[in-house]
Design a protein around this ligand. Structure first.
Ligand SMILES: NC(=O)c1ccc[n+]([C@@H]2O[C@H](COP(=O)([O-])OP(=O)(O)OC[C@H]3O[C@@H](n4cnc5c(N)ncnc54)[C@H](O)[C@@H]3O)[C@@H](O)[C@H]2O)c1
Length: 337
């Protein structure tokens, strides 16, 4: 490998809120093969953080897009801004990593994927769960056939971190963050579900408000059917303490992964597995830093070292499912994807 290929990708970080700050600190700690040189956020409070991290601060993304030394832009902004910001980044000829969800509609996801593809630019997505070592093991066990044909997924990713937010916060707006915890946490589970089971065909959701006044509901579950057979049951609650559990069942075995802590501060995993004719086994997996590893995969794709593992097709399948989940959360009816 030449020295040129090892040069870290030079990027701007747009959105210096909760998640942007997590990414800024991780990238500065090294290992992401990326370097943030600019930070963008209209909130003037973000200027001090940018300066502390050694980032050139601006309140508007335009300054970053006009900087010819930047190769990539990482978006950690409210969901409703993603589509327009991706279009602007692509128009400036830069690679783009977008936090989840890519969009709230299939049409929007298709447009963003097509823009990046047609421009020959890498589109990264904040689905770091794929980079959690025990989840990567599940993906590999499914791909290699070790699990046998897949039958079902059961998953829950919930927390109550948003209960104390001011009601004016975008995360508590039904139009910007619809369907209970779906866009906050559930979207990671459906990303894994469509990766494992393929395109979804229909979904029925129950979304209730049981313990708060959160306008999009605080407790949702979705029962998803896949075009190729099989089902997933996915829950995302905004009113219970942190839990993250993902289980996949095949004819040869099943694996269940529980996170010991939120990915904000990873603390390892507990994996329980059952294989045909073997006793059920439980083991611990030590902490890792999947958010950094996802950014590194993005950087490596930019350098042409490996394809970025989350494909445009996966991204569109996931957002098409999200769109149907949001519809079903409103109607309570079975909705086609
Ligand atoms: N991958 C994960 O596990 C994970 C975890 C948390 C959040 N996220 C995602 O990160 C994104 C941001 O979420 P958050 O929790 O950090 O929200 P946040 O509200 O804490 O931060 C968003 C920031 O964007 C800024 N912003 C608003 N408009 C902007 C604009 N036009 N240009 C630049 N910045 C602008 C806000 O001022 C704010 O500082 C969301 O898409 C969310 O889903 C991902």
């Amino acid at each position: 490998m030449s020295m040129v290929e090892k040069t870290p990708v030079t990027a701007a970080l747009v959105g210096l809120g909760w998640w942007g700050r997590k990414m800024a600190r991780l990238v500065s700690a090294g290992g992401a093969e990326m370097r943030f040189v600019r930070g963008v956020d209209p909130n003037p409070d973000a200027a001090a953080f940018a300066s502390q991290m050694g980032l050139q601060y601006s309140s508007d993304i335009g300054d970053a897009l006009n900087d010819p030394t930047l190769e990539a832009v990482v978006l950690a902004t409210p969901h409703s801004l993603h589509r327009e910001q991706i279009a602007r980044v692509v128009a400036a000829g830069k690679h783009v990593f977008c936090e989840k969800p890519l969009d709230l509609t299939r049409a929007g996801a298709e447009a963003s994927v097509a823009l990046c593809h047609d421009a020959g630019l890498v589109l990264g997505m904040g689905h770091e769960r794929r980079f959690e070592p025990p989840i990567a093991e599940i993906l590999e066990a499914a791909k290699s056939g070790r699990l046998g044909p897949l039958l079902q997924i059961e998953a829950n990713f919930s927390h109550d971190k948003f209960l104390g937010l001011d009601p004016s916060n975008w995360r508590l707006k039904a139009d910007q963050a619809p369907a209970g915890g779906m866009t906050a946490t559930g979207i990671h589970l459906t990303d894994l579900a469509v990766k494992l089971m393929g395109r979804a065909s229909d979904v029925r959701v129950v979304c209730e408000n049981l313990a708060s006044t959160i306008p999009q509901g605080d407790t949702m579950s979705a029962h998803i059917r896949f075009a190729g057979g099989g089902t997933a049951y996915v829950s995302a609650t905004l009113a219970t303490p942190f839990v993250s559990r993902f289980a996949v069942f095949g004819t040869e075995g099943w694996i269940e992964v529980r996170d010991k802590a939120h990915v904000e501060a990873p603390d390892g995993w507990v994996v329980t597995e059952g294989w045909k004719n073997q006793p059920i086994a439980v083991r611990e997996v030590p902490p890792a830093e999947p958010v950094r590893d996802n950014l590194r995969a993005f950087a490596r794709a930019i350098r042409g070292e490996a394809d970025y593992p989350i494909t445009g097709e996966d991204m569109i399948n996931n957002i098409a499912l999200l769109e149907a989940i949001v519809r079903s959360a409103g109607t309570g009816a079975l909705e086609q994807v």
